[in-house]
Design a protein around this ligand. Structure first.
Ligand code: CA
Ligand code: CA
Length: 300
């Protein structure tokens, strides 16, 4: 008779379990958990977080499926099927599914069906606890044991593009303030936003960090929203600008003026954000290119 592979969570939390290698790296092999946690100093920690039971190999006895989480704030997950040997030792049948490629998260809400199939809930994006939890797309995929490994037997095999994830960049021309007229120098700044991939925002927002000595003029500032920063500088927000389509750029033009007597604070920083709808920000896959600092120079 097949061994009973139903292992209570209270036992798993203090058991030695073979954890297969993580696609993204991390502690693996025979790990001994202490109160649900294994810590390898300077490398990472691994936790057992949830469990479900069912006869995944159809031998008439139950096995254990456990969710194992590796890493700190961001991390990896894998669902492992466990059994007992005839001697009673916990053995790992194999990974059911692990985070890799498009799959960034495996929920604790997995189940084993009466037919021994594992229904896993997977997400395409990993958000921190303090981020908008509606950003990930979730899918249910079903896995079955097929003689030597688990294979997907039902559910979608890929995620569609996520409407909350984009990658845009911003560049700007130099800001040259011309010869003074009536004590004021005038200049124009051209800011170009490019949507690189994979989804175009509904609209984009620009924020200008600028000295109060820099004055705004012209039509580009209609509907600007101004906040004072702690150190006296201003944050000027344009919350709703038309987004370029995917792969395209859009250039916005902004007029500035400054008193001839001002010679310091010769830069302005422009930051771009993307929005899927009002109150629905988008995640940018590369934030390093979302801001640019423009030097201000004068002629004449
Ligand atoms: Ca079984
Ligand atoms: Ca970006």
């Amino acid at each position: 008779m097949a061994p009973d592979g139903r292992i209570p969570m209270s036992v798993l939390r203090n058991a030695t379990i073979f954890v297969p290698p993580w696609p993204a790296g991390g502690p693996s092999g025979w790990l001994t958990f202490n109160d649900g946690l294994f810590v390898e100093p300077h490398i990472g920690d691994v936790r057992v977080t949830a469990v479900a039971y069912g006869d995944v190999d159809r031998d008439g006895a139950q096995e254990t499926v456990v969710n194992v989480h590796g890493g700190y704030t961001y991390g990896s997950w894998q669902l492992l099927a466990l059994d007992r040997t005839s001697a009673g030792k916990i053995r790992t049948i194999g990974p059911v599914v692990a985070t890799t490629g498009q799959v960034k998260r495996i929920s604790d809400s997995f189940t084993v069906t009466p037919a021994g199939l594992v229904k896993a809930n997977l997400a395409d994006f990993l958000v921190r606890a303090d981020e908008d939890q509606t950003i990930p797309q979730w899918q249910t995929r079903v896995y079955g044991w097929r003689s030597s490994r688990f294979v997907q037997v039902a559910g979608p095999r890929s995620f569609p593009p996520n409407p909350r994830v984009t990658e845009l960049s911003v560049t700007a021309s130099a800001l040259v303030l011309g010869q003074a007229e009536s004590g004021l120098r005038h200049g124009t700044l051209r800011v170009t936003v490019t949507v690189n991939k994979p989804v175009a925002p509904h609209h984009v927002a620009l924020t200008f960090d600028m000295a109060p000595s820099l004055l705004r003029e012209g039509n580009g500032w209609t509907s600007a929203r101004v906040e004072e920063e702690g150190h006296g500088w201003l944050q000027v927000h344009l919350d709703n600008l038309p987004s370029p389509t995917l792969g395209k750029s859009q250039t916005f033009t902004f007029g500035f003026a400054r008193a001839q007597s001002v010679t310091r604070d010769n830069f302005v920083t422009v930051t771009a954000e993307s929005w899927a709808a009002k109150n629905k920000y988008m995640v940018d896959l590369a934030t390093w290119n979302n801001a640019t600092t423009v030097e201000i120079s004068t002629v004449g």
